[in-house]
Design a protein around this ligand. Structure first.
Ligand SMILES: [Zn+2]
Length: 494
C-alpha cells in the first residue's frame, strides 16, 4: 500500500500521515444516527464524508472494518397525562413500543443512505443490543475510582479524572471552561460536580426503555455506547473515530475520558470530524427546528425548496466542499451542483463517442497527469473539491477531443476512461441518477420526434429516398414505428 494519505487529526490539530496500527487492516468507527426522526441534510454530511474515506481506504487496498452505530436507547417517555396505573391497564399493543419506532426510522435512514449511494458499514451495532457491554464499562470505571453511585445513577467523576489526566484535550478546553458552559440539567443535585456526566441513569417511572443493573433499573448514559461497541468490534486500540464537529464536545471528550478511566489510555489513533451544514449561517438541526429532511429534498416538498433535488445532486453538493469547511444550504448552490454534475456525467458519456486517432499518431493532451493530481488531492486530507476541479479539467479534454480540437490515442482514451471510473464512481461514489436519466430520455425522445417530422415533410414532398432512409436507420437502431392518422408513433425495443 504505497500511498501518502494525510489526514487531519482533531486530537493534535494537525495533518498527519495515515499509518494504520495493523496494516492491511483498518478499524474505523463513526457515530451513527439517533433513530427517532427522519434523516435530514445534516445526517447526510457525516455519512457521505466517512463513506468517501471508507471507499478511498478500500481503493488503496486496505481491509477496512467500518462500524457505524444506531443510537436506539432513547429517553422515550409515556404520555405525561397518563398515570402509571392507567398505562399498566392498557393492552401491550396500544402502548408505544420503542423498538417499533426505532425500526421504522432505521429503515427510513437506510433507504435514504442507499439513495445517496452511501455504502453500508461492515457492522451496524445497536446501542440497545449492547447493554451488558456498557454495564461492564461502567463497572470498570467504578472499580478504577473514576465514578460514583448516587441515588441509583452512576456519574463520571470529572474533577478526580482531571487530576490524573486532562479532561478537555480533544476540544482544547480545561475544566474551568467546561464548568462555565455547563447548563443546569436534571440530576444536578445528585452530582458532586456540575461537569460530571451520567454513565448510568436510574429510570423514572415514565421511562419506557429500562434494563436491570447492579445500580438500578435504568439505561446507559449516551457516551457509553460508542466506547463499549468500538472496543467490542475494533479492539482496545483502533485507527479512526469519526463524527460531526458538534460531537467533539461533550460526546467524544467523554468517550476519551471513559476509555482512559477504564483501560488506562485512549482507544483511538486518529479523531476526524466533519463540519456542519448551515442554513442562513445557522447550524441545521432537529433541536433548532430549521432542518429539511432528505425525503423533502428528493421530492421538493418544503417551503424553502425551489425544486426537487436528486440524491446525487445532494451528494455532489456535499462533496464540492472540503469536509472540514462549513456548507451553507441555498437553492442557488444546489442548482449549481445539479448543473455541474450533469456536465461531468455528460463528459463521461462523451468518452464512449470518442474515436481514437490512428496508430502512429500521438495524443495532443496529457491524460496521465490528471490521475496523479486526483490522487494528490485525495491524499491531502480527502480534498474532494480539488478532485472535482481536476475532473472538470478532464471533462474539458473530452469535449475538446469530441470537437476535433485535440486527438487522443486508444491507450490514452482507455486510461482517461479508467481515471473517471476510479474517481467519479469508485471513490466519490457518484452514479447515474434517475433524474438525469429521465432528462436524457426526454431529450433523446425529442430528437426522434424531430426526425419523424423531417420524414413527414420528405413524404409530403414525395422525397421517398429521405423518408425511407430515416425509417430504415431508426428501425436499425431498434425503434419500432407505427404510422397512423395522428402521425407516427414510436417505441424503442431495447
Ligand atoms: Zn458516538
Amino acid at each position: 500500500m504505497e500511498h501518502q494519505l494525510i489526514i487531519y487529526n482533531t486530537l493534535n490539530r494537525k495533518k498527519e500521515l495515515f499509518v494504520p496500527l495493523h496494516a492491511p487492516h483498518v478499524g474505523m468507527y463513526v457515530c451513527g444516527p439517533t433513530v427517532y426522526g427522519d434523516p435530514h441534510l445534516g445526517h447526510a454530511r457525516p455519512a457521505i464524508t466517512f463513506d468517501l474515506l471508507f471507499r478511498y481506504l478500500t481503493h488503496l487496498g486496505y481491509k477496512v472494518r467500518y462500524v457505524r452505530n444506531i443510537t436506539d436507547v432513547g429517553h422515550l417517555e409515556h404520555d405525561a397525562d397518563e398515570g402509571e396505573d392507567k398505562i399498566a391497564k392498557k393492552a401491550r399493543l396500544e402502548q408505544l413500543e420503542p423498538m417499533e419506532v426505532a425500526q421504522y426510522y432505521t429503515n427510513r435512514y437506510h433507504k435514504a443512505m442507499d439513495a445517496l449511494n452511501v455504502l453500508p458499514p461492515s457492522i451496524e451495532p445497536h446501542a440497545s443490543g449492547h447493554i451488558i457491554e456498557q454495564e461492564q464499562l461502567v463497572q470498570q470505571i467504578l472499580d478504577n475510582g473514576y465514578a460514583y453511585v448516587s441515588e441509583g445513577s452512576v456519574y463520571f467523576d470529572v474533577a478526580k479524572y482531571n487530576k490524573d489526566h486532562h479532561y478537555g484535550k480533544l476540544s482544547g478546553r480545561n475544566l474551568d471552561d467546561v464548568l462555565n458552559t455547563t447548563r443546569e440539567l436534571d440530576g444536578q443535585d445528585e452530582k458532586r460536580n456540575p461537569a460530571d456526566f451520567a454513565l448510568w441513569k436510574k429510570a423514572q417511572p415514565e421511562h419506557i426503555m429500562r434494563w436491570p443493573s447492579p445500580w438500578s433499573d435504568g439505561f446507559p448514559g449516551w457516551h457509553c455506547e460508542c466506547t463499549a461497541m468500538g472496543k467490542k468490534y475494533l479492539g482496545s486500540h483502533f485507527d479512526i473515530h469519526g463524527g460531526g464537529m458538534d460531537l467533539v464536545f461533550p460526546h467524544h471528550e467523554c468517550e476519551i475520558a471513559q476509555s482512559v478511566a477504564s483501560q488506562g489510555d485512549d482507544m483511538v489513533h486518529y479523531w476526524m470530524h466533519n463540519n456542519m451544514i448551515t442554513i442562513n449561517g445557522q447550524k441545521m438541526g432537529k433541536s433548532l427546528g430549521n432542518f429539511i429532511t432528505l425525503n423533502q429534498f428528493f421530492s421538493g416538498e418544503h417551503e424553502k425548496l425551489a425544486q426537487a433535488y436528486s440524491p446525487m445532486t445532494i451528494r455532489f453538493f456535499i462533496l464540492q466542499a472540503h469536509y472540514r469547511s462549513t456548507v451553507d444550504f441555498s437553492n442557488e448552490a444546489l442548482q449549481a451542483a445539479e448543473k455541474g454534475l450533469a456536465r461531468l456525467m455528460d463528459a463521461i458519456h462523451g468518452l464512449d463517442r470518442i474515436v481514437p486517432c490512428k496508430a502512429g499518431q500521438a495524443s495532443t493532451i496529457d491524460v496521465h497527469a490528471l490521475r496523479g493530481k486526483c490522487y494528490e488531492a485525495m491524499n491531502d486530507d480527502l480534498n474532494s473539491p480539488i478532485v472535482i476541479a481536476h475532473l472538470f479539467d478532464g471533462a474539458k479534454m473530452v469535449n475538446n477531443v469530441l470537437a476535433g480540437n485535440d486527438t487522443i490515442t486508444a491507450d490514452d482514451l482507455a486510461h482517461l476512461k479508467e481515471t473517471f471510473r476510479i474517481f467519479c464512481y469508485d471513490i466519490l461514489g457518484l452514479k447515474e441518477d434517475n433524474a438525469s436519466n429521465a432528462a436524457r430520455e426526454e431529450a433523446y425522445g425529442k430528437v426522434v420526434d424531430m426526425l419523424l417530422e423531417e420524414r413527414l415533410k420528405a413524404k409530403a414532398n414525395k422525397d421517398w429516398a429521405t423518408s425511407d432512409k430515416i425509417r430504415n436507420e431508426l428501425t436499425a437502431l431498434g425503434f419500432e414505428l407505427k404510422d397512423g392518422k395522428e402521425g407516427t408513433e414510436w417505441k424503442l425495443n431495447k
